[in-house]
Design a binder for this molecule. Structure first.
Ligand SMILES: [Zn+2]
Length: 158
């Protein structure tokens, strides 16, 4: 590491140490990302290299995409079609398919939050389908609470 000095003690005895960082993503668990630290042989001070930022950002982006694909696959296999969810939520047609299949398309933070909520409480789709009618929403909530252990896809019966 020529020309570089330890920012802590001024030593030029620096080397690159490989390290790893844990990234947590809801529904996917923990992923390890390899990162590098400029480490001082003299005092042991570690300085993370700016190139790590890009690595971490890419890994976070990949994780978010994988999380969305996981959530949508799971919802689809429970019987909820993309067309139904898009209609209930008032999303443009093919929005969910694009979130799932277009590698370059990253859903917004709001999109991620929405699908996490739908995955956690699928009956919210029925609330949306019922036009967010407060009374119907209360009934759906009570029904959902009574069926906590049952399947997640119920037809709308009010
Ligand atoms: Zn040092």
């Amino acid at each position: 590491m020529e020309g570089r000095r330890c920012v802590y003690c001024g030593s030029e005895e620096l080397f690159i140490k490989s390290d790893s960082l844990e990234l947590h993503e809801p529904f996917l668990g923990v992923r390890q990302v390899a990162i590098e630290a400029l480490t001082c042989r003299t005092c042991g001070f570690e300085e993370y290299l700016p190139s790590n930022d890009q690595t971490i950002e890419r890994a976070l982006s990949d994780l978010k995409k994988a999380s969305m694909v996981h959530l949508l696959n799971d919802l689809n296999s429970s019987g909820l079609t993309n067309a139904y969810m898009e209609r209930a939520l008032g999303l443009p047609a093919r929005t969910l398919a694009r979130w799932k299949n277009e590698a370059s398309l990253m859903p917004s933070a709001a999109g991620h939050a929405l699908m996490r909520l739908i995955w956690t409480f699928p009956w919210l789709l029925q609330v949306a389908e019922a036009g967010f009618d407060e009374q119907k929403a209360q009934i759906l909530l009570l029904k959902a609470a009574g069926k906590e252990e049952e399947g997640r896809c119920e037809p709308l019966v009010l």
